[in-house]
Design a protein around this ligand. Structure first.
Ligand code: SAM
Length: 214
């Protein structure tokens, strides 16, 4: 969803009070930012932020951090936060490759990956957010009781994601190949922007929930 050349987006992000400018400095101290001991949930690749803003509004007892690589996309989330300031939500503009430099061991209780970019070429497999390389990074920051939820409409990416679990020593807790017709897993589902778009086209939505083998 890269929107090119949104004029002034980099500058607006560097000045925004909703964006953490020095995320590596906050490693192991994220709770101080929120001023409470509540669990921290993150969405990696939040896009324009609809999902994480809905979650933050619904769950004031959870702290949320949305991570997005591109300024031109993140700026949309910031504009929405200017209109509705949610005290339990902040954003970081960064590449998720650096995630273990930003969060400490077990600092995060839940990770959301929603409609991650598929990177269809084999040589780009390491860039896929549910790849073993990324799963190893997530293991460094996720609490032992924590879990990761992944949704996509891309069958090939979902098949790849399932195969990666064995290599990275994760446990598959729940999965569906048609989320919107699975009453159990649909309970409390919050739609993302991409989910609304693809499900309205009739695409089934794949989802898994995984945790670390203990
Ligand atoms: N999660 C949103 C949704 O479901 O509507 C957006 C999905 S969009 C297809 C994927 C988003 O992930 C894009 O905004 C992209 O810039 C971001 N992204 C991809 N790779 C990333 C990475 N390595 N680190 C941070 N964000 C990333």
């Amino acid at each position: 969803m890269r929107l090119r050349n949104v004029a002034g987006s980099r500058e607006a992000i560097s000045e925004s009070r909703f964006v953490i400018q020095d995320p590596k400095e906050r490693k192991n101290h994220w709770r101080e930012l929120f001023g409470n001991p509540n669990p921290i949930h993150i969405e990696i690749g939040m896009g324009k932020g609809r999902f994480i803003m809905d979650m933050a509004r619904l769950h004031p007892e959870i702290n949320y951090i949305g991570i997005e690589k591109y300024s031109s996309v993140l700026i949309r989330g910031i504009q929405k936060m200017e209109a509705e300031n949610l005290p339990n939500l902040f954003f970081i503009r960064m590449d998720a490759e650096e995630i273990a430099e930003v969060f400490g061991r077990e600092e995060i209780s839940k990770i959301y990956l929603n409609f991650s970019d598929p990177w269809p070429k084999d040589r780009h497999a390491k860039r896929r957010l549910p790849s073993r390389e990324f799963l190893n990074r997530y293991q460094e920051i996720l609490s032992k009781e924590g879990n990761l939820e992944f949704k996509t409409d891309n069958q090939a990416l979902f098949t790849f994601a399932l195969e990666e679990l064995k290599a990275a020593d994760w446990h598959l807790d729940q999965m569906t190949e048609d989320l919107h017709h699975n009453a159990d897993m649909m309970e409390g589902n919050i739609m993302t922007e991409y989910e609304e778009r693809f499900s309205s086209m009739g695409n089934p939505i794949y989802k898994y929930i995984i945790s670390q083998n203990k």
